[in-house]
Design a binder for this molecule. Structure first.
Ligand code: ZN
Ligand code: ZN
Length: 155
């Protein structure tokens, strides 16, 4: 019989579990006895599920922002996938991460929002430098010029 309100149904189940802890525990035990290898089997059938899924998701998003099949850093051209990340152009990466989460969740959010234009692909070097100094040293002519700026590269 379908329940009119799923909330009420959940609440009913919750109360039932609370009032019948022994029967609930037995039910759980029974389920595990009936499905002894459920989780092992699932992982066996989907060995790289998370890894493969994340990799493809990440590649798709990086390809989009690089406008190329081979994603590369928008600053220095680095194209080793492991070194690349997404950068929020307006430099509020922390806020962005807080809202959308990191990793898979952020990539999913980007796709769902039809690729907002304020992201770019950077390598971790350029991204870190931009975060620390406001601008990647690649963008400044030389290291001397950079130091003349009063900002020292060593922390
Ligand atoms: Zn770079
Ligand atoms: Zn750079």
């Amino acid at each position: 019989m379908p329940y009119k309100n799923p909330e009420t149904h959940r609440e009913y189940q919750r109360l039932w579990r609370k009032n019948n802890p022994d029967r609930y525990q037995k039910q759980q035990q029974q389920w595990h006895e009936d499905h002894p290898d459920y989780y092992q089997q699932w992982y066996k059938n989907n060995p790289d599920y998370a890894t493969v899924h994340n990799f493809e998701l990440r590649l798709t998003v990086l390809q989009h922002y690089s406008k190329s099949d081979i994603p590369s850093c928008n600053c220095c051209g680095e194209n080793t996938l492991e070194f690349l990340c997404l950068d929020h152009i307006n430099n509020d990466g922390n806020r962005q991460r807080m809202i959308h989460g990191i990793g898979t969740r952020m990539y999913l959010w980007i796709i769902k929002n039809e690729y907002p234009t304020d992201f770019q692909v950077l390598c971790h070097n350029c991204n870190m430098a931009k975060g620390l100094y406001g601008q990647c040293p690649h963008k400044l002519g030389s290291k001397l010029e950079y130091r003349a700026d009063g900002k020292q590269p060593c922390m």
